[in-house]
Design a protein around this ligand. Structure first.
Ligand code: ASP
Ligand code: MG
Length: 461
């Protein structure tokens, strides 16, 4: 069971999380994975930035908020006779964070590795509070730092698990606890390299932590507790009649997460594929609701589109060879290689025309990194005028229609485009992979919401 930031965001929410853990643990072994309390990771990151800028007041403010929020929670959640001990442990963890931050202040720099060690403190604090609350209720639980269970590569701030090593380490660390009837409360978000350097899995990575551990331990099910009722046919803020989906496939959920649906971290489902472990996405604020079940494959009869999602904070980058004498494929290869090296995620890619111009969509916050990488990689071509300049359009949005049942269904793309054009929204770029799982459409930013509603209605979602 994984609990997101809002599901452990206050003492009251932590009590509910513990109810849900305890209820299930009475029936079968449970491992819990917890995020930091809501907004804490942002606070920790901000504080490291204040340290880098040598802004003492900013650091002090950060530490004060951190302390207040967790000490108050500790006082609320723990039996009186244990309070002093737990508050001391909270202060010790915050002391660890303070020391790392002082180092950054002295250096005037935030080494990625130190950032990872620093921000994992958020999850270590929430794991401590949840396990101590269970203990004060007489339920045996142990806080576990995932650095002792999840083995990753050394890509600090965005690490990936090394599954064989993780299986071994997680089993050695967690199985003895489970066998002894203890509930491990494991930190989400973090891990460590094989030689022990602390890492994190990228923002929102606790979902991923949970799936890594579920796969490593051979879990029967993974339950992801969030603050929404499940995975929906569209964002309900844009589409008031959006509905909860009872069931979707791993592939559909992954596509939706990738294209901006905020229910699951995009990398979550990959570790589960091999064993086919089913996932429930459930609302800890309304646990009686069934939620969405995510499964390897759906039965027959699930045809057509399943959901539409959108992203507004994106930019379209276009490149065009200056003449047909220049190989467009060569330019494309160089550009994509450059983007890969700086870890920029390409949300959609499209290429056409005999000039072999091509364009791709990236997140706004990765745009500068993307442009710089391409400018450097193509410096020669740009100086000699083999490539027209890099064109950036920020006034765009991405709409993606997802559904395994779209495969081989003729006419669907036509209906989607007709629905968008009826709203007088111009389509700027389109992409559909040959898997036919997703149709991605780039439209002008101011037409995005209208287009999403039109497609949702057109596809009878
Ligand atoms: N606390 C981390 C973050 O905010 C991980 C997570 O919540 O999933 O990114
Ligand atoms: Mg989260």
């Amino acid at each position: 069971m994984k609990f997101g930031g809002t599901s452990v965001g206050s003492p009251e929410r932590m009590r509910v999380a513990c109810d849900l853990i305890a209820k299930e643990a009475a029936r079968r072994p449970v491992t819990a994975v917890v995020s930091a309390m809501s907004k804490i990771t942002d606070l920790l990151l901000d504080t490291t930035r204040h340290a880098e800028a040598d802004d003492q007041a900013g650091i002090d403010r950060g530490l004060e908020t951190l302390e207040k929020r967790h000490l108050e929670a500790a006082a609320d959640l723990v039996a009186p006779e244990e309070r002093e001990r737990v508050c001391r442990q909270v202060s010790e963890l915050i002391g660890e964070f303070r020391r790392i931050v002082s180092g950054m202040q002295m250096l005037g720099h935030r080494p990625p590795r130190a950032v990872d060690e620093a921000i994992a403190v958020g999850e270590r604090l929430s794991a401590l509070l949840v396990s101590e609350h269970l203990l004060s209720r007489g339920i045996r639980a142990t806080a576990v730092n995932a650095a002792t269970a999840v083995v990753t590569d050394a890509v600090f701030n965005n690490a990936s698990p090394i599954m064989d090593a993780t299986r071994e380490k997680a089993t050695a660390r967690l199985m003895p606890l489970l066998e002894a009837g203890e509930i491990p409360i494991v930190t989400g978000f973090n891990g460590a390299t094989a030689d022990g350097r602390p890492t994190t899995l990228g923002r929102g990575g606790s979902d991923f932590s949970a799936s890594i551990l579920a796969a490593a331990l051979g879990a029967a099910e993974l339950w992801i507790w969030t603050d929404v009722d499940g995975i929906m046919t569209a964002d309900p803020r844009l589409v008031p009649d959006a509905k909860i989906l009872d069931e979707i496939t791993y592939s559909e959920a992954a596509e939706l997460a990738y294209a901006g649906a905020k229910v699951l971290h995009p990398r979550t489902l990959a570790p589960l594929v091999e064993r086919g472990i089913p996932v429930w996405s459930k609302n800890s604020f309304a646990p009686e609701k069934p939620g969405t079940r995510i499964v390897p494959a759906l039965g027959a009869g699930n045809s057509g589109a399943r959901a539409v999602t959108s992203m507004g904070n994106v930019a379209l980058v276009s490149l065009e060879p200056a003449s047909s004498a220049v190989s467009g494929v060569h330019i494309m290869a160089r550009a994509l290689d450059a983007l890969d090296r700086v870890n920029v995620e390409i949300l959609a890619l499209s290429s056409s025309s005999y000039r072999q111009s091509f364009c791709f969509l990236v997140r706004n916050d990765e745009l500068e990194r993307a442009s710089q990488a391409i400018e450097t990689a193509l410096a020669l071509e740009l100086t000699h005028g083999y490539v027209k300049g890099i064109e950036v359009n920020r006034n765009v949005g991405l709409l993606a229609v997802v559904g395994e049942g779209m495969r081989g269904a003729s006419g669907l793309a036509g209906r989607i485009f007709t629905a968008i054009s009826r709203e007088e929204v111009n389509v700027i770029a389109i992409a559909q992979g040959s898997s036919e799982l997703t149709i991605s459409v780039v439209v002008r930013r101011d037409g995005l919401e209208k287009a999403v509603r039109a497609v949702h209605t057109e596809c009878h979602l």
